[in-house]
Design a protein around this ligand. Structure first.
Ligand SMILES: CC(C)(COP(=O)(O)OP(=O)(O)OC[C@H]1O[C@@H](n2cnc3c(N)ncnc32)[C@H](O)[C@@H]1OP(=O)(O)O)[C@@H](O)C(=O)NCCC(=O)NCCS
Length: 219
């Protein structure tokens, strides 16, 4: 039988955290035989007992079954890698901490990460490639659009909408019914009372747009 490998794209802190989640899941479900980090350059020095290989390496290995997940915070890099994975027909999987309770009315897409300690309410829509970091509160009727990232301690009230590939910084609170546009960045610690449009950087309490998100890089 072919070995089942989880390829975690990235080799930084977020990727090491995701590896720990994968190990917790594996202890319960035995989904993979081994793990790899995928980065720009391979390395013989392993990160947390896990080898770093390149994307080419996993594409060339026909003798193993690869499942992939992206653990990179930068939205544009995440978007590019997911596109490449789709084009190469690599199987993208979700990693959800086993202690998380998902109500029946909540819908979760593919390639979704939900880290430990999150509360996910009812009638929530979580689209493909959404990444929810630890200890977030996702209120009822929230919509998390494709590829957005909610950093740790995010507090999203009912019916909040987060746009595709937007980045919500650490410890943000967002008022009920508020929408954040696509490709926007909300700075850490922001308290958001009003809608934020597409492609802006917004921050503060109350959060206000401070700039156009020109380069898409989260600093
Ligand atoms: C919002 C953010 C992207 C802005 O980065 P930037 O464009 O490089 O902005 P700068 O650092 O040049 O800061 C511009 C001004 O805004 C202030 N500022 C920056 N981030 C802020 C924030 N989150 N809240 C309030 N003020 C902030 C700076 O102090 C600076 O003020 P000044 O002009 O009076 O000196 C960044 O600060 C941020 O919050 N990133 C997210 C970090 C995060 O949550 N990481 C998650 C890890 S899991």
């Amino acid at each position: 039988m072919k070995k089942r490998i989880l390829a975690v794209f990235g080799a930084g802190g977020l990727a090491r955290e995701l590896l720990e989640l994968a190990r917790i899941i594996n202890n319960k479900e035995n989904r993979w035989d081994d793990f790899l980090f995928v980065d720009k350059q391979s390395s013989d020095i392993s990160e947390n007992d896990t080898k770093i290989v390149t994307f080419e390496y996993i594409q060339d290995r026909k003798d193993i079954l690869i499942e992939a997940i992206v653990a990179i915070g930068q939205p544009l890099i995440r978007k590019r890698i997911y596109k490449e994975l789709e084009e190469k027909n690599i199987n993208i999987v979700s990693l959800i901490h086993p202690d998380i309770v998902i109500p029946k009315s909540t819908k979760i897409g593919n390639g979704v990460v939900i880290q430990s300690g999150c509360f996910i309410s009812c009638n929530v829509i979580i689209e493909d490639y959404v990444y929810i970091q630890p200890n977030c509160n996702i209120g009822h009727d929230v919509v998390l659009k494709k590829g957005c990232m909610i950093s740790g301690l995010g507090n999203l009230a009912g019916a909040v909408v987060i746009g595709a590939f937007s980045f919500i910084g650490l410890s943000c609170a967002i008022k009920e019914g508020v929408s954040i546009g696509d490709n926007s960045i909300v700075g850490m610690g922001s308290i958001v009372f009003k809608d934020i449009p597409d492609e802006v950087i917004a921050l503060g309490n109350p959060a206000r747009g401070i700039a156009k998100n020109n380069d898409g890089i989260v600093r």
